[in-house]
Every structure is written in structure tokens, then in C-alpha cells.
Design a protein around this ligand. Structure first.
Ligand code: NAP
Length: 281
């Protein structure tokens, strides 16, 4: 039986409409500052879409484009200024930074209460101890998708493939907080297929196309494909061998049109939350 395809685009539109509605009731517009360093084309595309999302949601946005040679000190100065600004609720520095920059120091410099990416160690710690925090947008988007589809991780076997700080680890934390029984896989996992076959909910966040094949998924499982790879024709694709896997599972996210749009929408949700915390409601 063919799977239910989770329409990330439609869910993201719904999410953004909710944000826009709430923003209209605020006494002052929430503000998001996006910093981009260098001229990485993918980063430029992401930053442009963030601006569009802000416009759609009624969020004020500012962009700081620094040349690659601007240097760490100049970048830190921009962050210090933004930390102090009352009209800016969220600050995001587009990663990766060009060579020569200390990403960790940059993430640490952002005020944790403006860290709408949820990458600051304070927010990472809050997430792992179950305190209110900014949750990284991609795993937050996955949880929102599950919620919208009525899929409750409680008591379920959840397998996350990938252990990055921005996707895999926070994804596992969120599933655990939702009472899933969570296993994290990575490049040294001995028998990936065997572990994946146990999953009621399988999240693939690796970056290797066709890594997850039909023989690696359980009949009726929920499969969430976070990855964004390119196939030989240059088209976007995920980690999951979509056609055969979708014949076997109950729910699946497409690439494109799955987790990607939800990630963007969750940045708007986080910015709204930041504004709420800063007393703009
Ligand atoms: P990353 O930092 O490169 O992490 C990849 C993870 O996959 C690592 O933990 C790595 O293990 C693991 N891995 C590599 N080969 C493996 C294998 N053969 N079997 C099992 N695990 C393996 O990547 P990321 O930043 O988390 O991103 C993952 C993917 O999601 C990428 O395709 C990225 O483009 C995509 N992404 C999408 C969105 C979105 O909005 N849709 C957002 C962020 C990222 P080790 O730790 O052992 O090296």
C-alpha cells in the first residue's frame, strides 16, 4: 500500500499563517536579524528565503552581509550590536562560515534569548534538561509534522540516523522528550539496516542519497527524510530510496517539499516566541 505523503509545503504555509495572525496582534513587529558572511550561493539562497518568509509573516527583518575577508572581530561586533538592540528579537548567523572563522565563538556570542536557531550551548542544555528553550528549526519542524499527522512518538521505537548538533542530536532529544524509545545511528553503527528495521519512526539525517532502502524499513513505519542531496541529474533528493520505501511505509516525507519548508516555518515560530519573551505581545 502506498504511504501517506506528508505535505511539508502545506503544513509550513499553515504554520506561517498562524504566525502572521499572531504578529498582527502584537503592539510592535518582531524583528529578525540575519548575518551572512561571504558569498556561498546556497547560504545566499537560504537567506533570501528567510527574508521572504519574514515578509509573509509580518516580521521585520534586517540583513548583514559581510565580505568573507571581514574577519572574526567585525562579525563579533555586529553580534554585540544586535544583542543590545531592543527592536531585534532573533539573531541568526548563516552557517557555514568561510574558512578562518571560529563558528563556536560566534554561536556563543549570540544572546541565548535571541538565539532563534537554538544552537547556543545554553539552549542545547535547556533542551536536554527539558527546560523552555529555542529548539533548532529542523527537528522542531519534524515534531510539528508528526503532531499535525497525529503521530505520537510515545512508547514507539524511534531511530534517528545522524548525530549532528543541528539535526540528529536535538531530534533525538525531542523524540525522547515525547516519550519515544530512541536510538541514534551514525557512521560507525555496525548494522544500520538491522537498527532501522526496528523503527516505528525513522528519521534520516545523513546526506547520502539512497542510504535508506526498502529492506531497511519496517512495514507501516513513519519515515522522515531530512536530507538534501543532489542526484545525478542535479535534482534535490533525500537519504531515502523514495519510490520503493513509500510502497512499504505508512507515512513518508518527500524531498523536496517535506522537512525543508517546515524548517523555514519554524524559524518564524521561534522568532515569534523570541518576541513574546521580549514582551512584545
Ligand atoms: P552532518 O553534520 O554531515 O551529519 C551527518 C551525520 O550522518 C553524521 O552524524 C554522520 O556520522 C552520519 N553518517 C554519515 N554516514 C553515515 C552512514 N553511512 N550511516 C549512518 N550515519 C552516517 O549533516 P547535518 O548537518 O546533520 O545534515 C544532514 C542532512 O540533512 C544533510 O543532507 C543536510 O543537507 C540536511 N539538512 C536538511 C535541512 C532541512 O531543512 N531539510 C536542515 C539541515 C540539514 P558521524 O557523526 O559518525 O560522522
Amino acid at each position: 500500500m502506498a504511504a501517506n505523503v506528508i505535505d511539508g509545503k502545506a503544513l509550513a504555509a499553515k504554520c506561517k499563517a498562524r504566525v502572521a495572525q499572531e504578529v498582527r496582534s502584537f503592539s510592535r513587529r518582531p524583528g529578525l536579524a540575519v548575518i551572512i558572511v561571504g558569498d556561498n550561493p546556497a547560504s545566499r539562497t537560504y537567506v533570501n528565503s528567510k527574508r521572504k518568509d519574514c515578509e509573509e509573516c509580518g516580521i521585520y527583518s534586517e540583513e548583514y552581509a559581510l565580505p568573507a575577508e571581514a574577519g572574526q572581530d567585525a562579525l563579533m561586533e555586529v553580534i554585540r550590536t544586535l544583542n543590545a538592540r531592543e527592536d531585534i528579537d532573533g539573531i541568526l548567523c548563516q552557517l557555514p562560515l568561510p574558512e578562518g572563522y571560529d563558528e563556536e565563538a560566534v554561536l556563543l556570542a549570540i544572546d541565548p534569548d535571541k538565539d532563534v536557531d537554538g544552537f547556543h550551548p545554553v539552549n542545547v542544555g535547556r533542551l536536554s534538561t527539558g527546560q523552555p528553550c529555542f529548539v533548532p528549526c529542523t527537528p522542531a519542524g519534524v515534531m510539528e509534522m508528526l503532531r499535525e499527522c497525529g503521530i505520537d512518538p510515545k512508547g514507539k521505537e524511534c531511530v534517528v540516523v545522524g548525530r549532528s548538533n543541528i539535526v540528529g542530536k536535538p531530534m533525538a532529544m525531542l523524540l525522547l522528550a515525547a516519550h519515544g524509545t530512541v536510538t541514534i545511528c551514525h557512521s560507525r553503527t555496525r548494522d544500520l539496516g538491522e537498527v532501522c528495521r526496528r523503527a516505528d519512526i525513522l528519521v534520516a539525517a545523513v546526506g547520502k542519497r539512497d542510504l535508506i532502502t526498502a529492506d531497511m524499513v519496517k512495514e507501516g513505519a513513519v519515515v522522515i527524510d531530512v536530507a538534501m542531496n543532489r542526484n545525478d541529474a542535479g535534482k534535490l533528493c533525500g537519504d531515502v530510496d523514495y519510490g520503493p520505501v513509500s510502497e512499504k511505509v505508512s507515512y513518508i516525507t518527500p524531498v523536496p517539499g517535506g522537512v525543508g519548508p517546515m524548517t523555514r516555518a519554524m524559524l518564524m515560530v521561534n522568532t515569534l516566541e523570541a518576541a513574546r519573551r521580549h514582551g512584545k505581545a
